[in-house]
Ligand binder design. Structure first.
Ligand code: NIG
Ligand code: FE
Length: 411
């Protein structure tokens, strides 16, 4: 099946295959072609360029895209989409004055979701998660990372990862799986945290690897959760089984999480709401992608990642949703981009780079996703008729998406 788009108002994020991420001042540039054509061959991008270079209209499907902008679909590199039930009561408790930490210390939070998940069947989880996956695809997401971490027992962690695997084979969107057994200490291990770290390292990681259920390994490195030494031990155990680190750090406190991520060659370090200068300095010159999650800051009313300062110091930033029932019950990347511009002073160009090519990098998917590049997947957002791409973050809350194509097929 061959598809040709012609008269495209603006074709955004056109890149050479050699670009795997953009950092610092380079994030201000978003290469685009005005009045463009784009050819798709089955699931891949075949060719593109200005209309003046279009030689013929031969294709099975020929689409006049006059007035429409086309850009690559969003790459959401950090989510917890597989979960059971919701936590709207905690939302109201926070409005009434409790903090996220206080709710967690009363048995709410992650442990609340873990109880619900342990009581749910694989089929129930698949059905609930499918709805969320369909929703985010329609909102323009074409690749997503999904974490375990609400199981917290060997059986339930494996159950979550199997659901992620079934989602990956049931939907066209590309899915990467992350093992997050180290999300919180289960109640049974309250007085024996090292016992739970050993269970992760000696039982869960080998089983996850044996069944080939995850690409990455994650730890919630935070006061009251996993300390730096425990994080290091878990990441090293994962590394022996080929699991690459992508970790939760500096959400509430700067305790050395970024440093342990850099030392273990993490693909990404995520959250980063509380960053000291030493945390920025240690990232400079590394290949580690810093990932900001502005919807989480918005929902929990906590600081935003200092992305402006980090980019000005030469770092890259990727943007992701953190879709989960506790801190971010939203998987809308369009909202993430608006919020990054409005609250973090990212320019539209920086935010779109952060949500496409840099998001792809944070999932190890740069060679196939994140830009309009010959040979990459034909994962496209076709916008409604908008005056310019600046409208994408500007008109926050409006749905500006006309159509989404994933791997050459319209949803
Ligand atoms: O990324 N911070 C740790 N984990 C999730 C929230 C988990 C939850 O509250 O259920 C996050 O924000
Ligand atoms: Fe998270």
């Amino acid at each position: 099946m061959k598809t040709l788009f012609f008269n495209i108002k603006e074709l955004l994020q056109v890149r050479d295959q050699s670009i795997v991420k953009v950092a610092g001042a380079a994030m201000k540039e978003l290469p685009c072609i005005k009045n463009a054509f784009l050819r798709i061959d089955n699931e891949r991008i075949e060719d593109f360029g200005p209309m003046s270079e279009l030689k013929d209209f031969n294709a099975d499907q020929v689409i006049d895209a006059r007035g429409h902008t086309i850009l690559p679909t969003w790459c959401d590199s950090h989510t917890h989409i597989v979960f059971a039930g919701h936590r709207e009561k905690e939302f109201v408790d926070r409005i009434n004055g409790l903090t996220y930490e206080e709710i967690a210390s009363r048995g709410g939070g992650i442990l609340n979701s873990a109880k619900k998940l342990q009581d749910s069947s694989e089929q129930e989880l698949f059905e609930q998660s499918s709805q969320r996956l369909e929703e985010i695809m329609r909102l323009g997401t074409g690749a997503v990372e999904i974490k375990s971490g609400y199981g917290l027992t060997p059986e339930s962690e494996i159950k979550m990862l199997k659901v992620i695997k079934t989602l990956a084979t049931s939907f066209p969107i590309t899915i990467k799986a992350t093992f997050l057994g180290a999300h919180a200490f289960p109640a049974d291990f309250k007085d024996n945290p090292e016992g739970y770290v050993d269970l992760i390292c000696e039982k869960m990681i080998p089983e996850v690897a044996k069944q080939d259920l995850a690409d990455f390994i994650d730890v919630f490195c935070e006061s009251g959760y996993f300390n730096v030494a425990q994080t290091d031990k878990i990441l090293r155990s994962g590394e022996k089984y080929g699991l690459i680190p992508k970790i939760h750090v500096n959400q509430f406190n700067s305790i050395g999480g970024v440093q342990v991520g850099v030392a273990n060659k993490a693909l990404s370090v995520d959250h980063l709401e509380v960053m000291e200068q030493k945390d920025i300095d240690v990232l400079i010159g590394t290949e580690v992608m810093p990932v900001a999650l502005p919807s989480c800051s918005y929902f929990l009313n906590i600081p935003y990642t200092p992305a402006r300062k980090m980019m000005d110091e030469g770092l890259a930033i990727a943007l992701a949703t953190d879709f989960n029932p506790g801190s971010t019950p939203s998987g809308n990347m369009n909202f993430v981009i608006s919020t990054a511009c409005i609250k973090m002073k990212m320019t539209p160009e920086e935010a779109i780079n952060a949500a496409t090519i840099n998001g792809a990098y944070a999932m190890g998917l740069s060679s196939s996703h994140g830009s309009i590049t010959k040979g990459k997947f034909a994962n496209l957002i076709v916008t409604k008729d908008i005056p310019s791409y600046h409208f994408i973050p500007y008109a926050f809350g409006s749905n500006l998406i006309e159509k989404v194509m994933i791997k050459g097929v319209f949803l």
